[in-house]
Unconditional design. Structure first.
Length: 583
């Protein structure tokens, strides 16, 4: 069952795709409109201020200052400040609400994706999409886009006013803008490419770091620090090289922009002073003209940043859409079904993770109610894959599993999994408290008495009571503060609290010392009472006591029966048992 990686699914996107993504979030358009309106009003105030300043300069004299014009300027300035502050907050709030909705949707979708997605995609890459890419979209919406709109309006109307005030100076200034654009465009394209490459390499590095740090004990126990440091340094150096190139381009761009600004300002100022000296332009008009000049230059300088940010947002949209387009786990039916006292059957089930590389071939077995069946055989034979298919992490390529007369695919997925208890060799434990781990996934309310009873059944109550905070004890990332046996017993206690109809034990005692193994096995023996139990067996006692044993090798079941039957009829099974007895 091949599954394309995230990179394979990304294709170029258009700005319309970005807009469609926003529409799918049901964003508050009225909030954006309000923020944009306030920003536009602020822009209008910016356009009015230079005209008021001209009036102030032209009507004021050394002995007769025009205080009324000054008061109007102050009022407009304060109004601009207040509206600009409120508008900026509203737009920022809008951006935060958009990224909140986008992250909620993306997080919810990630949780519903099939296990096949996580088989080929690093966790760090997905988290980068969830955090970094959504943040880029927020910056575009809350900051860059409003600045572009208000800047464009300021630029357009400033140019009109400037041509009305003095067409000769306006013409001089207007010739500068195309020159700036011609210079900025090729540099902007380079920055876009560098920005995308930097994002991609950073996400890849993020994924590598998350993966390596999650297995830091393996690194240390294998003396892998030097190798991982060299590997990490290589990735860091690659990001550094791209970042330096990006900084170099930006370092070249900024002085060019500033030089053009200063040249334009100096040239227009010099031309304006000459016009004032000739009497064809008033001092107030020159001051207003220079103020409008800033209304023209600032937006032009920001346009390059805006278009660069659009490209980054399109890249983020591309990666987010690649995830959202992946089909979630298939739930073909929402019909609930009680698994109690039903026979579980596998009928000619075949499966492969990679095409033409079968892992299971025509596997069939029967598990009667309240019985124990064991799967034994060499490693890599496909035993754990049977459990993964029963959990419906994957779908069989052919054949089917039935419970009673029902195909398990016709049962609601959540309902099916709620009735299954799965205890693996390395049971998953989350960071947090013991209580949080015990109640994880439960849909019913449980009391402290229920929790202590579950712990007692799993022989876990004693060590929990020895902790100063008991069930409120923080156990660290993946339960690092607990021993292997303690984690297994917590997992078994959690299984007791779920009260599963079908119990699956995947070598639950294989990695434990003899003392912990004994306690865990006692807990498992209790848990298996009156339940349909499937065991991937490791201990000889479990094999001997199973109602039926299925020997799995090379993806096929080569024999089944009771322990005594297989000892007589299956030479490889007899060899397997004898090796267990020797060990």
């Amino acid at each position: 069952m091949a599954f394309k990686s995230l990179k394979d699914k990304t294709q170029g996107v258009k700005f319309s795709d970005f807009l469609n993504l926003l529409r799918s979030l049901n964003v508050k358009k009225s909030l954006f409109a309000l923020g944009l309106f306030l920003s536009l009003v602020t822009s209008v105030a910016n356009l009015v201020l230079p005209l008021l300043t001209r009036e102030l300069v032209d009507t004021s004299k050394w002995d007769n200052f025009n205080y009324s014009s000054l008061i109007i300027i102050i009022i407009v300035f304060v109004l601009q400040l207040i509206l600009g502050t409120v508008g900026g907050f509203v737009l920022r709030y809008f951006g935060e609400s958009v990224v909140k909705s986008l992250r909620e949707r993306l997080w919810g979708h990630l949780l519903k994706l099939p296990v096949t997605y996580f088989d080929v995609t690093k966790v760090g890459e997905s988290s980068s999409r969830l955090v970094n890419d959504t943040g880029i979209i927020k910056d575009l919406l809350a900051s860059q886009f409003p600045n572009f709109i208000t800047g464009a309006i300021q630029l357009f109307f400033s140019l009109i006013i400037l041509f009305v005030m003095d067409w000769q100076m306006a013409t001089l200034m207007f010739t500068v803008i195309p020159i700036v654009v011609v210079i900025l465009l090729p540099i902007g394209r380079i920055m876009v490419r560098l920005g995308r490459k930097l994002q991609s390499e950073t996400a890849k590095f993020n994924g590598d770091v998350s993966e390596k740090l999650s297995e830091v004990r393996l690194i240390k126990s294998s003396n892998g620090e030097k190798y991982e440091q060299e590997s990490g340094n290589h990735s860091i150096k690659k990001i550094f090289t791209i970042g330096v190139l990006d900084a170099r381009v930006e370092a070249i761009l900024q002085p060019i922009i500033m030089t053009l600004m200063m040249a334009a300002f100096a040239g227009i100022l010099a031309f304006g002073i000459i016009r004032v000296g000739q009497g064809s332009l008033t001092s107030g008009s020159l001051v207003a003209f220079l103020l409008y000049l800033f209304n023209v230059i600032a937006p032009v300088a920001n346009f390059a940043t805006f278009f660069s940010q659009i490209q980054k947002a399109l890249g983020s949209t591309e990666r987010i859409q690649a995830i959202l387009q992946i089909e979630p786990e298939k739930n073909l039916s929402h019909r609930t079904f009680d698994l109690s006292n039903k026979t579980l059957t596998a009928q000619n089930v075949s499966f492969s993770y990679v095409k033409n590389e079968p892992v299971l071939q025509s596997v069939s077995f029967v598990s009667k109610p309240n019985s124990v069946i064991a799967f034994v055989g060499p490693s890599g034979g496909g035993k754990s894959t049977i459990f993964a298919l029963l959990e419906r992490f994957y779908q069989p390529e052919s054949g089917k599993f039935t419970i009673g007369d029902e195909n398990i695919q016709d049962i609601d997925l959540a309902n099916w999994r709620s009735q299954i208890g799965y205890v693996s060799q390395n049971s998953a434990i989350f960071s947090g408290t013991i209580r949080q781990n015990l109640v994880y996934g439960l849909t019913r309310d449980v009391t402290d008495d229920d929790l202590w009873h579950g712990l007692a059944l799993a022989y876990a109550d004693q060590f929990v009571r020895e902790f100063p905070d008991q069930m409120e004890t923080e156990i660290g990332e993946r339960g690092i503060k607990l021993s292997g046996g303690q984690k297994q017993r917590l997992a078994i206690a959690r299984a007791f609290l779920r009260d599963p109809k079908i119990l699956m034990l995947d070598e639950a005692t294989a990695s434990l010392d003899s003392e912990s193994e004994g306690k865990v096995q006692q807990a498992l023996d209790k848990l298996m009472v009156n339940r349909t139990t499937l065991v991937i067996a490791h201990r000889l006692a479990t094999i001997v006591n199973a109602d039926q044993i299925y020997f799995v090798e090379h993806g096929k079941i080569t024999g089944h029966g009771t322990h005594h039957e297989l000892m007589q009829n299956h030479s490889l099974y007899a060899k397997y048992v004898n090796e267990q007895m020797v060990n």
